[in-house]
Design a protein around this ligand. Structure first.
Ligand SMILES: *Cc1c(COP(=O)(O)O)cnc(C)c1O
Length: 398
């Protein structure tokens, strides 16, 4: 290749496949990094001790404050999301609660979505109001609803896209365009997309949050979270983080690092599998409706295409025949496991109404907005023909 045609060296041109292998700066020493399985680190002398405990944050002082393995994984996450830096937490909810508690105070106003991850919705509905923070919940597919909800004391807009249960999309560019000129911060839960499929910071989102438990860990073995943002906001959030103590263990940080090395490959396979399975499901006579942002039938397909480069693992679909038929379908699946979570190597399927089935009638569920015939399927990395076969045979059982 001609020298002129090579892109300049540096972190701005690297592809995701290279970032996950090299962004943590391995040079010399062990190829697989050691696990710093320690709660505390010894200082050289008093001056060094004072530096370690203070800001800017230091990776070797006390593991609640940081740890070299966390630092390595965080470097990869920050480069994948295009942010200056990243912080790791002990869970996705740890990342969300820490961010909110760090940035908000009594008298502030927050705008959040009708559809959020269930525990995020609980924080918005129950916890923030207890601390004197007002919350307005808006229908996230309606950008005018965001605009109308803005008040002089609006501090933060929290978005999540795609979101359960119908994989509804929030227009990231439009939300940022409302927030930026008014000095309002935007935080995006990017869990359902992964940084491989969507980079909210490219559209101006200030804080990108992940449940690392999902795609980034990728193997359904760790619970972890991440906050990807600017150095300035990270320093502020980190100060709260050290007090709240949502810490990731060094072992889990190491498992995350190992998981990250294959993230782009896994997501590429998952995207292809999920699109193929969604198309297959749409053709089956037992299926009432399929929700997948990658399908032209998704009501926000064009918006999804404009901000996502792939559409992720999760397909939601409705089975003809109601609760019982859906229950039988899920029970008949032989490959995918009947478990919550998403974005890992294993396919997982859940009957979303099942947890309510014992206490509510089908009619009551309808009123409560819980479709009795919904399946949420997170497509894994198995061979697509085997997944199709499995779904097909389970449909014949209903
Ligand atoms: C799973 C999930 C969370 C919570 O993450 P944990 O790691 O389970 O605490 C938050 N948001 C979304 C969108 C999720 O899927």
């Amino acid at each position: 290749m001609e020298k002129e045609s090579l892109k300049p060296a540096g972190k701005n041109w690297r592809h995701n496949e290279t970032v996950v292998i090299h962004a943590d700066g391995r040079k010399g020493g062990p190829v697989s990094p050691p696990i710093y399985y320690t709660a505390t680190f010894e200082a050289e002398d008093s001056a060094d001790f004072a530096k370690m405990a203070g800001t800017p944050r230091h990776p070797e002082y006390y593991t609640r404050y940081g740890n070299p393995v966390h630092e390595r994984a965080a470097k990869i996450l920050a480069e994948l999301e295009g942010t200056e830096t990243a912080l790791l937490t002990g869970s996705g909810m740890g990342a969300i609660s820490t961010t909110l508690l760090a940035l908000l105070r009594a008298g502030d106003h927050v705008i959040a979505q009708t559809r959020h991850y269930m525990s995020t919705a609980k924080i918005m509905d129950e916890m923030l109001p207890r601390f004197g923070v007002e919350v307005t919940i808006v229908e996230q597919s309606d950008i005018h609803a965001f605009e109308e909800a803005i008040r002089p004391n609006t501090k933060l807009i929290m978005v999540e896209t795609p979101a359960n249960p119908t994989l509804v999309i929030t227009d990231l560019r439009a939300v940022v365009n409302l927030a930026r000129p008014r000095g309002i911060l935007v935080a995006a839960d990017n869990t359902f997309a992964s940084p491989i499929n969507q980079r909210p910071h490219d559209f101006g989102v200030d804080i990108v949050i992940h449940s690392v438990t999902k795609y980034l860990g990728g193997h359904h073995d760790i619970t972890a979270g991440a906050i990807c943002t600017s150095e300035q906001l990270a320093e502020q959030i980190w100060r709260t983080h050290t007090s709240i103590g949502s810490v990731l263990s060094p072992m889990d940080a190491w498992l995350l690092l190992r998981g990250l090395r294959t993230l782009p490959m896994r997501v590429e396979r998952i995207n292809a599998n999920a699109l193929a399975l969604a198309e297959f499901l749409e053709e089956q006579p037992q299926i009432e409706q399929v929700f997948y942002p990658g399908l032209p039938s998704h009501p926000q397909h064009d918006l999804a295409k404009s901000q996502m480069s792939g559409f992720g693992a999760v397909i939601a679909f409705a089975i003809k025949g109601g609760y019982k038929a859906t229950e039988r379908f899920v029970a008949s699946l032989q490959l995918s496991l009947n478990a919550v979570s998403l974005g890992g190597v294993d396919s997982l399927a859940v009957h979303t109404a099942a947890m309510w089935g014992g206490v509510m009638t089908e009619e009551q569920m309808k009123v409560a907005g819980i479709p009795p015939n919904f399946v949420r399927y997170s497509v894994g990395v198995e061979h697509i023909e085997d997944l199709k076969q499995d779904v097909w045979q389970a449909l014949q059982q209903i």
